[in-house]
Ligand binder design. Structure first.
Ligand SMILES: Nc1ncnc2c1ncn2[C@@H]1O[C@H](COP(=O)(O)OP(=O)(O)OP(=O)(O)O)[C@@H](O)[C@H]1O
Length: 258
C-alpha cells in the first residue's frame, strides 16, 4: 500500500532520515518505534507531505506521490491525525467533526447562490455522519461540550473520529497513548482495532508505550539514526540486540548528558 524507497531528509548537513526504506501492507497495524531523535516524526511528515524528501521515492497505492501536496494525499485517503487545532477548542465536539470534510458545498460561493437545497442536504449528511462517529466512539454524551474541555483521552478519540469523517485508507497516528489514562487507552485501542478489522483502515502508529504496541501491532519497525534497524513481530524486535543497543544508548546519553 505504501512504499518508502531510500528516503533521505537532510536539515543542513544533518540527515534526520537517512536512506530509509519501509513498506506498509494494506490491512496491517504497523508500530513505528525507536529512541528519541530516531527520525520517526520526520518520516511521518514526509509520508503526509508536510516535508519534501531530499532524496528517495514514496509510493501510495501504486502511485508515485513523492511530490504531491498534502491535500492531494489526503484526498487519496492518506490521513494523519493532528492534535485538535487551538482555535477548534472553542467549538463543540460535534462541530469539530463537522468541520472536517474538505470542500463542503456550503463553502463555495456559487453553491450558496444556486444550490441552497443541495447545501442543506449535504450539511445534514455531514451531521449524521458526525453523530454516528460520536456514537461509535462513545462520545455522544459530550457532543455539545467544548473540545477544549475534553480529557486527554477524549481528545485522542476525537482525533480518531476526525479521520472517520474522511474516506481514510491509511491513518498515521503520532503517539496516540500520550496523556491518556488507562481506561480510555483501552477504549482507544478497541476503536483502532475495529476500524482496522471492520472498516479496512490500515494504521501506522508511532508510540513509546510498548504495551500498546504489543497489544495492537501485527508488525513493528524500529528506527534509529534515521533508518529502519529491524522489522518483524514485536517479540523479535524487542529482543533484537541492535534495538536494545539503540535504546540503551539513549538511556546512557540521558544519564550522562554532554
Ligand atoms: N526542522 C528541523 N530542523 C533541524 N533538525 C530537525 C528538524 N526536525 C527534526 N530535526 C532533528 O531530526 C532528528 C529526528 O527528529 P524526529 O522528531 O523525527 O525524531 P523522533 O524519532 O520523532 O523523536 P521523538 O521520539 O523524540 O519524537 C532529531 O535530531 C531532530 O532534532
Amino acid at each position: 500500500m505504501l512504499e518508502l524507497e531510500h528516503i533521505v531528509k537532510a536539515f543542513g548537513g544533518f540527515r534526520a532520515v537517512d536512506d530509509c526504506s519501509l513498506s506498509v501492507s494494506e490491512g496491517e497495524i504497523l508500530g513505528l518505534i525507536g529512541p528519541n531523535g530516531a527520525g520517526k516524526t520526520t518520516l511521518f511528515n514526509l509520508i503526509a507531505g508536510a516535508l519534501a524528501p531530499s532524496a528517495g521515492r514514496i509510493r501510495f497505492l501504486g502511485e508515485d506521490i513523492t511530490r504531491l501536496p498534502t491535500e492531494a494525499r489526503f484526498h487519496r485517503g492518506l490521513v494523519r491525525t493532528f492534535q485538535i487545532p487551538h482555535e477548534f477548542h472553542r467549538l463543540s465536539t460535534l462541530e469539530n467533526l463537522m468541520m472536517v470534510p474538505a470542500g463542503q458545498p456550503g463553502e463555495r460561493l456559487l453553491a450558496n447562490w444556486f444550490g441552497h437545497e443541495r447545501v442543506r442536504r449535504h450539511e445534514e449528511e455531514v451531521r449524521e455522519r458526525a453523530l454516528a462517529t460520536l456514537e461509535f466512539l462513545e462520545l455522544t454524551h459530550v457532543a455539545d461540550e467544548l473540545a477544549g474541555h475534553l480529557s486527554g483521552g477524549q481528545k485522542k478519540l476525537l482525533e480518531l473520529g476526525r479521520t472517520m469523517m474522511t474516506d481514510a485508507r491509511l491513518v498515521l497516528l503520532d503517539e496516540p497513548a500520550a496523556g491518556v489514562n488507562r481506561t480510555l487507552l483501552r477504549k482507544l485501542e478497541e476503536k483502532i482495532e475495529i476500524l482496522n478489522r471492520e472498516r479496512g483502515y490500515t494504521f501506522v502508529l508511532i508510540e513509546h508505550d510498548m504495551e500498546m504496541i504489543a497489544r495492537l501491532c501485527n508488525r513493528v519497525a524500529c528506527m534509529a539514526e534515521g533508518r529502519v534497524l529491524v522489522e518483524g513481530g514485536f517479540a523479535t524486535v524487542r529482543n533484537d540486540p541492535q534495538v536494545l543497543e539503540a535504546y540503551l544508548g539513549e538511556r546512557v546519553n540521558e544519564e550522562n548528558p554532554a
